[in-house]
Design a protein around this ligand. Structure first.
Ligand code: HAX
Length: 439
């Protein structure tokens, strides 16, 4: 039986001629036009990135390697007694495009267990941060600190054939995917636990071991698996995925790239939105004085938020135009595991109330909830009540997609990214507002 790495190499060899042919025979073919609105508006919708790991359809949501999220959850092998699939199986799917067997996943987990140990200096980096620090910069700093471990750098310095770049990148990526949950758990235990650091359980998969290190009982292991899987990838143009790819395109190693990815994810319009949602719902609850709101009361609160110039956190999306399937998967989990949770009931009522209000207001292109609308409430239910931490969980998941992409970027020899910028004067001249050379 072939190892994951051998299988990946076969796939790489099969894929390389496709990119070569596209470049050679169709390099000058136009596939896109660019409007002024797109140039000023954050490059929305410009088809200028390539990835085979995932694709986001505005109405269907994300597909991982062609599989919808419900298919991914149904088909990937699950650990013994688990309801959610092993995260390792997702990484295998991302890299090869194939659903692994139970044996494939078991072998892969075996390969990652030895990679989970953190160097001692990573704990020292965590300890060096003041206790009231946000966990995202700590996570970013820990990943950066490990840059000295990069096998890619070592081999690059010694001189390496371009065709082999993917190989040490694969080793670095596996090391980092294995270590990220351990760093995440160590940060949690340092900032929020009075029991100190926990040991690992090497008999468990990534999600199970993470729950164990956090000292959480079942079904939190399934919550962790679900959470890491739904956050793993959302095609290439979102801030975290694009940042990771962009940095790696200069041949910076995966540690530098993933640290940048984490920093992009830490913005309130991106990964930090999940903590904003919970903060907002808790505030609503306080305003209700402990009584569960009526539909009318909740409508008024939503309008008050909008009228004060704020966004409704967890709603809207730059690409999606329907309810995010990542929201739906969490909702189904909550319906079966925590239907009576008060905050979940808030979510259910908001799901009814917010979309018509956003439609009536007429600004948001997508009035439906996104992934972040739900995730904090589930974490809260299982005792992870420190909002700031939620984006760390998101980062552990997102790293799986970003690292898979970087391995493939190296394998296919994608070049350094360098789009062209122009000045406002030039843009005005291009559309005829100003004459050429007029300033
Ligand atoms: N509440 C109120 N107004 C909203 C809104 C919301 N949830 N979503 C969009 N709008 C407004 C925008 O602010 C914008 O207003 P202006 O014209 O006054 O600037 C207008 O509607 C058009 O925006 P859009 O084109 O629909 O949305 P964008 O692509 O510009 O932005 C965002 C997408 C996700 C950033 C946006 O919907 C938003 O701010 N949502 C709330 C924050 C959030 O949930 N973020 C998480 C998104 C998922 C994610 O990436 N997670 O990591």
């Amino acid at each position: 039986m072939k190892t994951l790495k051998e299988k990946l190499y076969d796939k790489i060899e099969q894929h390389r001629p496709r990119i070569k042919r596209l470049m050679k025979e169709h390099g000058e073919t136009v596939i896109n036009e660019v409007t002024v609105q797109q140039v000023i508006g954050g490059m929305r919708g410009i088809k200028s990135l390539i990835t085979d790991i995932s694709y986001l359809d505005p109405y269907e949501g994300i597909r991982y390697r062609g599989f919808t999220l419900p298919e991914v959850f149904e088909k990937l092998p699950k650990p013994y007694g688990g309801e959610m699939p092993c995260v390792e199986g997702l990484f295998y799917l991302f890299l090869t495009g194939e659903i692994p067997t139970e044996n494939d996943v078991a072998d892969f987990i075996y390969d990652t267990i030895n990679r989970r140990q953190l160097p001692k200096y990573v704990y020292e980096v965590i300890d060096a941060f003041p206790n009231n620090s946000h966990p995202m910069p700590i996570l970013s700093a820990c990943v950066m600190a490990m840059q000295r471990e990069s096998q890619f750098n070592l081999r690059y310095r010694r001189g390496m054939n371009k065709m082999d770049f993917w190989d040490p990148t694969y080793e670095d990526a596996l090391n980092l995917v294995s270590k990220m949950p351990i760093i995440g758990a160590a940060i949690y235990n340092k900032l929020y636990s009075d029991k100190g650091q926990n040991y690992q359980d090497p008999t468990l998969d990534l999600g199970g071991n993470f729950a164990y290190m956090l000292g959480k009982d079942k079904p939190y292991d399934d919550v962790a698996r679900m959470y890491f899987i739904i956050h793993a990838d959302h095609e290439a143009g979102n801030v975290s995925a694009h940042t990771g790819h962009l940095i790696a395109s200069s041949l910076s190693d995966v540690y530098l790239s993933v640290s940048g990815m984490i920093n992009g994810l830490a913005g309130p319009l991106h990964g930090l939105a999940n903590q904003e949602v919970l903060r907002w719902i808790q505030k609503l609850r306080e305003e209700m004085g402990g009584n569960f709101p009526t539909e009318e009361q909740l409508k008024k609160s939503v309008w008050d938020t909008l009228n004060s110039g704020q966004v409704i956190p967890g709603y809207g999306h730059a690409v999606l135009r329907k309810t995010d399937p990542r929201y739906t998967i969490q909702r189904e989990f909550a319906l079966s595991h925590m239907p009576d949770d008060e905050l979940f009931k808030y979510l259910e009522l908001l799901y009814k109330v917010v979309p018509p209000i956003l439609q009536e207001q007429g600004k948001a292109k997508n009035p439906w909830p996104n992934v972040d609308a739900h995730s904090g409430v589930i974490q809260w239910h299982y005792g992870i009540t420190e909002y700031d931490y939620y984006t760390v969980l998101f980062s552990i998941g997102r790293a799986i997609g970003v690292l898979s992409n970087i391995i493939w970027d190296r394998a296919l020899g994608y070049p350094i990214e360098r789009p062209k910028s122009i000045t406002t004067d030039m843009l005005e001249q291009m559309v005829g507002i100003k004459k050429k050379n007029e300033v």
